[in-house]
Design a protein around this ligand. Structure first.
Ligand SMILES: Cc1cc2nc3c(=O)[nH]c(=O)nc-3n(C[C@H](O)[C@H](O)[C@H](O)COP(=O)(O)OP(=O)(O)OC[C@H]3O[C@@H](n4cnc5c(N)ncnc54)[C@H](O)[C@@H]3O)c2cc1C
Ligand code: FES
Length: 346
């Protein structure tokens, strides 16, 4: 009342639905900025509206978008009420649903690259040794910098997490032509470089449930899916699963033995479908990986309780989200990490 009399509008409040967490958003601040100022482990990474990590669902209220959410979120997500908290300035009190499942604060630690293993002609496995142990959920990623780096690079862990954290971590990394970091990684000896790793980040992990799962990876997008599957096997998860992997040609397939080993230990139906987009090979599916989704969903018993997990290039994710929702999978049951880079952001 007093505020009204003196012409001062009260600050907008954000309620995180399903939790006791409520916070005020400062004038002209974004939901994410104020959440972080209030010590809330709100999922985020780029803070500029490109990675999608801060994706959350607006259940009530109105926000203004600094940059349109549609640059990063799909039509299906926008229609379902998703926003990007890092670009959302409240115009009223808000109710927001967000998965704070990994409230673990990221650790910053020095790290060295201790080994590399060639997986394909343009993807390698990098093994990192950190000074401090890092705890993470299977599917999450790290941010890495080095002296003189222009901003961090993100890489998803391919290894399964260990209780209490670990100091040895693996990632699958694809060479990006013209890329500042990956060109060096594939061309130089980086064993003497002092890197800094900050982790964990991201909201990509296996959600609870008993229904089937469909996983889609493209290129190095297999990295977090391997972590997630290894972890699920170790925990005795018993859900039917189909792993689709999109590659251009036979030479782009990798980890076939590791995937077969997961299949042998998986408690439920497990199928692995490589899909080649630029080569016809007897016994392999061909076309864009997302076109195989309908068949996979049918085999898994329909869209009803199915969850989708996607990782890799942004266009593959967008096509996958569109196919999954068209088939009837609820948008809330679709989880992804888009492997954006400097060219996406620009
Ligand atoms: C959440 C997340 C997880 C990821 N996980 C993985 C992973 O597990 N494995 C993996 O391989 N990758 C992953 N990535 C991608 C990774 O972080 C890097 O973006 C990628 O490795 C490229 O880094 P780079 O330094 O080599 O290339 P960059 O220097 O970032 O350049 C990338 C491309 O953009 C071009 N470019 C540079 N600047 C501009 C500009 N201003 N305008 C237009 N184009 C430009 C470059 O020529 C190059 O072709 C992930 C990304 C995200 C967001
Ligand atoms: S943190 Fe909001 S889109 Fe990256």
């Amino acid at each position: 009342m007093l505020k009204k009399l003196f012409g001062k509008k009260a600050l907008n409040q954000v309620q995180l639905v399903g939790t006791d967490t409520k916070f005020e958003v400062g004038r002209n601040k974004t939901v994410l900025e104020s959440a972080l100022e209030n010590g809330i482990a709100f999922p985020h990474d780029c803070t500029v509206g490109t990675c999608g990590t801060c994706r959350s669902k607006l259940l009530s209220g109105k926000v203004d978008a600094i940059t349109p959410f549609g640059y990063t979120l799909s039509r299906e997500e926008l229609e379902a009420g998703f926003i990007l908290a890092c670009q959302a300035v409240p115009e009223s009190d808000l109710e927001i649903a967000v998965d704070l499942g990994s409230a673990e604060a990221p650790v910053k630690t020095a790290a060295r690259l201790v080994a590399t293993r060639e997986l394909t002609h343009d993807i390698l496995e990098a093994t990192w040794q950190t000074d401090e142990p890092i705890g993470f959920r299977a599917g999450q990623y790290m941010n890495i910098t080095w002296p003189g780096a222009q901003g961090p690079r993100s890489y998803s862990f391919s290894c399964a997490p260990q209780d209490g954290g670990q100091t040895r971590l693996t990632t699958y990394i694809r060479k990006v032509p013209g890329g500042a970091f990956t060109e060096r990684l594939f061309g130089e000896d980086l064993s003497q470089v002092e890197f800094e790793i900050e982790a964990p980040h991201g909201g990509f992990w296996l959600r609870d449930g008993e229904g089937p799962i469909v996983l889609i990876g493209g290129g190095s997008g297999l990295s977090p899916l391997m972590s997630l599957l290894e972890d699920a096997v170790a925990k005795g998860v018993k859900r039917d699963a189909i792993l689709l992997f999109g590659a251009r040609a036979e030479r782009d397939l990798y980890c076939l033995d590791e995937i077969a080993a997961i299949g042998e230990r998986w408690q439920g139906r497990f199928e692995f479908w490589p899909v080649l987009s630029e080569e016809d090979v007897a016994g392999r599916r061909s076309g864009m990986v997302t076109t195989a989704l309908d068949e996979a969903i049918g085999i898994l018993g329909g869209a009803g309780s199915l969850q989708g997990y996607l990782c890799g290039p942004p266009p593959m994710i967008d096509a996958g989200v569109a196919e999954l929702t068209k088939a009837g999978v609820a948008i809330d049951d679709i989880h992804y990490d888009k492997f954006t880079d400097a060219s996406t952001a620009s």
